[in-house]
Design a binder for this molecule. Structure first.
Ligand code: RTP
Ligand code: MG
Length: 150
């Protein structure tokens, strides 16, 4: 089973709605490891870098003003098939179309303010993680320690 790392953001609407703990719990309850975690303010420059594939799209100005409107929480989530499983847990882009049981399906009705970002494939994860984290900000540790605490 491939151990993957994926870049996750809790977007400004998640912070405004005080859902950081709820979203983090879903990831921890799933059994994934948090390899990196920080809160930061996305600048327009950072937004253009992250969303470079969307910069020319008509919705980009709205996306940039949304993603820079309040801080985000950035995480590197690690575990078996973490990239695709996190995308499944997030649900479809539009909260009105996302299935119940998914993060977007359970918490929102907006296509833009959809709470969470996750890398959409291995290439994206490889590109996005270094945008938010330096190597020395990621932690290597074993979750097997958790078992010895029970
Ligand atoms: P993300 O990149 O944030 O994980 O979301 P995604 O893959 O599900 O969706 P994507 O197509 O990559 O779009 C990136 C983000 O832009 C906003 N968006 N607004 N037409 C619109 O108003 C529109 N379309 C997309 C959303 O915040 C979406 O997550
Ligand atoms: Mg995307």
């Amino acid at each position: 089973m491939p151990q993957e790392q994926t870049l996750i953001l809790f977007k400004p609407d998640a912070i405004q709605r005080r859902l950081i703990g709820a979203l983090l719990s879903r990831i921890e309850n799933k059994g994934y490891k948090i390899a990196g975690l920080k809160m930061l303010q996305v600048t327009p420059e950072l937004a253009r870098k992250h969303y470079e594939e969307h910069v020319e799209k008509p919705f980009y100005p709205h996306l940039e003003s949304f993603i820079t409107s309040a801080p985000v929480v950035a995480l590197v989530v690690e575990g078996p098939d973490a990239i695709s499983v996190m995308r499944t847990m997030m649900g479809s882009t539009n909260g009105r179309e996302a299935n119940p049981g998914t993060i977007r399906g359970d918490y929102g009705t907006s296509r833009q303010m959809n709470l969470i970002h996750g890398s959409d494939g291995p290439e994206a994860a490889k590109r996005e993680i270094p945008i938010y984290f330096q190597d020395n900000e990621l932690c290597e540790y074993s979750l097997s320690l958790a078992a010895s605490l029970m």
